[in-house]
Design a protein around this ligand. Structure first.
Ligand code: 10G
Ligand code: SF4
Length: 339
């Protein structure tokens, strides 16, 4: 594989333009997803099935199905978990009300919330303590937004669609801050911020970016390759916010067409008609084996040349949750997990 973002079309006079794949890097698992999935795997090995997980540990069909087969029971709320059992909270984070509910039912908990989501929760605390009105840019109904807003529902107002900006009411226009969901489109978020600034010129920005490194790196990589692509295939699930954003970013950046698929088998043959260059990427919750299956599927149809388009090298890792680490440390003979 080569790593040039600017590879040009190779033209064979007889065979027509060479079919090729541009493969985005970075793509797939971010550090928070890796930590959350390993947390569930190690909990299974350490404590044995069944392990309960509140909501999908990450928004990926394959991950959820695979863990279910290994003895994980996914529930919507903690009241579905038997008293005293072990429940893992998903990477998207939970509100304090969920922690309280779990404590009331005597549940043992492991919190797999990504540390970068926890960072945003802490920002809510800090600005609420300083008596700010907090405008949280994010998608209504998304679990992350519910968890973050739940840190202080009286102080936080959600801004999702452009029309939400007009609905915002603040007590003091000089004491307003915007925060955001970690997996939004960088460009769309800045549009919303500009809109908010028209109403609140003194609007304060988050102390550091809330949209995380993984989200922005994956969008940057897809932007680099999209102008050269007749089609961009994004591997990811329909309920994965960051994966859906990659389809939108690809189209906005000049890809002629783009689709989200969970599995290679969902690629419609009609999408490939008349296509020379196919871009491939994946959301932050997607195991790379699914991307490799898409490459195999394309190779079987003549897209054998794969050029990797590298725009960043990620080295971020997070330690496992403390609640789990202490049991792993006290059980050195327990298997450490195979990924
Ligand atoms: O992109 P969303 O937030 O829907 O989640 P995902 O599980 O598909 O990807 C990983 C991102 C998170 C865990 C949210 S911080
Ligand atoms: Fe953490 Fe970002 Fe991954 Fe979400 S997308 S789990 S915030 S690293």
């Amino acid at each position: 594989m080569t790593t040039s973002p600017e590879a040009t079309d190779l033209v064979d006079q007889d065979a027509g333009p060479t079919k090729r794949v541009l493969l985005a890097k970075p793509r797939g698992y971010c550090a928070g997803v890796d930590r959350a999935v390993v947390t569930v795997e190690k909990a299974l090995e350490t404590y044995g099935a069944p392990i309960y997980v509140r909501k999908e540990i990450v928004h990926n069909r394959h991950v959820v199905d695979t863990l279910s087969e290994r003895g994980v029971i996914f529930v919507d709320e903690t009241d579905e978990v038997p008293e005293g059992a072990l429940v893992v909270f998903s990477a998207h984070g939970v509100s304090p009300a969920v922690h309280e509910e779990a404590a009331k039912r005597n549940l043992r908990t492991i919190d797999a919330t990504c540390p970068l989501v926890t960072k945003v929760h802490k920002e809510v605390h800090r600005f609420a303590r300083e008596d700010y009105d907090i405008l949280l840019i994010g998608h209504e109904g998304h679990e992350e937004v519910e968890g973050t807003a739940g840190e202080d529902p009286d102080r936080v107002q959600l801004v999702d669609k452009p029309e939400d900006v007009d609905k915002v009411e603040v007590r003091d226009p000089n004491k307003v801050v915007w925060l955001s969901q970690t997996t939004l489109s960088v460009d769309e978020t800045m549009e919303r911020v500009d809109q908010l600034k028209e109403r609140f010129p003194d609007l304060q920005a988050p102390p550091s970016d809330d949209i995380c490194y993984a989200t922005s790196n994956r969008q940057h990589a897809v932007k680099a390759m999209a102008p050269e692509c007749d089609l961009v295939i994004v591997v990811g699930s329909q309920n994965s916010s960051n994966s859906k954003r990659l389809v939108e970013v690809a189209l906005q950046a000049g890809a002629s067409d783009s689709h989200l698929v969970d599995f290679a088998s969902q690629i419609d043959e009609a999408w490939l008609e008349g296509v020379t260059t196919v871009g491939v990427t994946s959301g932050a919750s997607v195991p790379d084996v699914l991307v490799m299956q898409v490459l195999d599927h394309l190779a079987e149809r003549g897209w054998n040349q794969v050029d990797e388009v590298t725009t960043a090298n990620e080295k971020v890792t997070f330690a496992l949750p403390r609640e789990l680490r202490k049991d792993l440390d006290s059980n050195p003979d327990k298997p450490r997990g195979v990924r």
